[in-house]
Design a protein around this ligand. Structure first.
Ligand SMILES: NC(=O)c1ccc[n+]([C@@H]2O[C@H](COP(=O)([O-])OP(=O)(O)OC[C@H]3O[C@@H](n4cnc5c(N)ncnc54)[C@H](O)[C@@H]3O)[C@@H](O)[C@H]2O)c1
Ligand SMILES: O=C(O)C[C@H](O)C(=O)O
Length: 327
C-alpha cells in the first residue's frame, strides 16, 4: 500500500478546521488514491473539542484515513509532517492594535516555523491560512532556515476564487470559462484583484466589462468580501476558506491545468518589483510540486499601483515585526 501522507492541521478545533478535516480525509486534498494520516494541533484548552472532531472523523469510516493523532505542542504536531496547514491564529479582538496582533501571531508562527524546521519531513509544504496570513507565512519561513523558503505559502486562493465568481456572475458565464485571474499582494483589503489578463471563454475579460465596473464594483467587492461574510454570517468565512485551502494544496501537488494559472501567496523572487522574500499573491503555475511565477506580463499603471500598495503594506508589517524583535 502507498505510504500515507502526514497532514498536520493547526487550529483543528476551529470553524475552518471543522470544514477542512473531513474533506482532507475524503481525498479532496491530495487525490482519490492517496491515503492520509491527520495530525491535529491545538492549544491545550481546545484539545477536547479536537477529540470530538476526531470521533466524528472515525465515524465516517473514510477509506483513505489511516490515523488521527492530536497534539498540543508544535514539536509533536509537526513531527514527520509532509503537509502543514497552519489555520490556528490569534484573532484580532476589541481594543487590539495591529502591532498587538502581529506580536501575538509572531508568538505562534515563530515557534511553529522552528518546529517545522526541526521536526517535519524533508518534503514539507506549508500553507498558512491564519491571519495575517502573508506575514505569518513570512515569520514561519524565517524561523525555518533549513527548509527552502518557497515551501512556505499563504492563502490567496480564496480571494482568487472570489474574483472568478464575481466576474462569472457579472457576465453570466460559467466559472470554468474563466482563466488567468490574478489577485496581487496581501490577503487584506489592500489586495489588488486584477482581470487584466483574464479570459472568459477565450475572450479577453477587458473587452467584456468596463473600467468603472472593475474599479467601482469588482475590486472593492472582492477585497472586502471577508468583511461582508462576517457581517452576514456573524462569523468569518469557514467552508469557502477550507475549500480554497484544498484547491491551493491540490494544485501545488498535482499541478495547475494547462492554459491557466492560479494565485498562491508565495515568497517573492523579485518578480514584478516585489522585494525578495515578501510572501505575495502572484499569478503562478505549479509544476512538479513547485510554484512558478508567471513571467513577462505587461502591467497597466493601475496594476503597478496596486502591487506597490501591497508591497508598502507588507514591508511595513515586516519592518514592524523586526522592530519588535520577533525575527
Ligand atoms: N487566508 C484566508 O483567506 C482566510 C480566510 C478565512 C479565515 N482566515 C483566518 O483563519 C484563521 C482561523 O479561522 P477560524 O474561523 O477557523 O477561527 P476559529 O477561531 O474558529 O479557530 C481557530 C482555532 O485555532 C486554535 N489555535 C489558536 N492558537 C493556536 C496555536 N498556537 N496552535 C494551534 N491552534 C491554535 C484555536 O484554539 C481555535 O480552535 C483566522 O486567523 C482567520 O482570520 C483566513
Ligand atoms: O478572518 C477574516 O478576517 C476574514 C477572512 O480572512 C476572509 O477573507 O474571509
Amino acid at each position: 500500500m502507498t505510504t500515507p501522507v502526514n497532514v498536520t492541521v493547526t487550529g483543528a478545533a476551529g470553524q475552518i478546521g471543522y470544514a477542512l478535516l473531513f474533506r482532507i480525509a475524503s481525498g479532496a486534498l491530495l487525490g482519490p488514491d492517496v491515503p492520509v494520516k491527520l495530525r491535529l494541533l491545538e492549544i491545550p484548552q481546545a484539545v477536547k473539542a479536537a477529540e470530538g472532531t476526531a470521533m466524528e472523523l472515525d465515524d465516517c469510516a473514510f477509506p483513505l484515513l489511516k490515523g488521527i493523532d492530536i497534539f498540543d505542542t508544535p514539536e509533536a504536531g509537526f513531527d514527520g509532517a509532509n503537509i502543514g496547514l497552519l489555520v490556528g491564529a490569534r484573532p484580532r479582538t476589541k481594543g487590539m492594535e495591529r502591532s498587538d496582533l502581529l506580536a501575538a501571531n509572531g508568538g505562534i508562527f515563530g515557534p511553529q516555523g522552528k518546529a517545522i524546521n526541526d521536526k517535519a519531513a524533508d518534503d514539507i509544504r506549508v500553507l498558512v491560512v491564519g491571519n495575517p496570513a502573508n506575514t505569518n507565512a513570512y515569520i514561519a519561513a524565517a524561523s525555518a532556515p533549513d527548509v527552502p523558503a518557497e515551501r512556505f505559502t499563504a492563502m490567496m486562493r480564496l480571494d482568487h476564487n472570489r474574483a472568478i465568481s464575481q466576474l462569472a456572475t457579472k457576465l453570466d458565464a460559467d466559472v470554468t470559462d474563466i482563466k488567468k485571474m490574478t489577485v496581487w499582494g496581501n490577503h487584506s483589503a489592500d489586495q489588488h484583484p486584477d482581470v487584466s489578463f483574464a479570459e472568459v471563454a477565450g475572450k479577453p475579460a477587458l473587452d467584456l466589462v468596463d473600467e468603472s465596473w472593475i474599479a467601482d464594483y469588482f475590486v472593492p467587492t472582492v477585497a472586502k468580501r471577508g468583511a461582508a461574510i462576517i457581517e452576514a454570517r456573524g462569523a468569518s468565512s469557514a467552508a469557502s476558506a477550507a475549500n480554497a485551502a484544498i484547491d491551493h494544496v491540490y494544485d501545488w501537488i498535482n499541478g495547475t491545468p494547462e492554459g491557466d494559472w492560479v494565485t498562491p501567496g508565495i515568497p517573492s523572487d523579485g518578480s514584478y518589483g516585489v522585494p525578495e522574500g515578501l510572501v505575495f499573491g502572484f499569478p503562478a503555475v505549479a509544476e512538479g510540486g513547485e510554484w512558478k511565477i508567471v513571467q513577462g506580463l505587461e502591467l497597466s499603471e493601475t496594476t503597478k499601483a496596486g502591487i506597490q500598495r501591497n508591497v508598502d503594506a507588507l514591508v511595513a508589517e515586516r519592518d514592524e515585526i523586526k522592530a519588535m524583535g520577533i525575527l
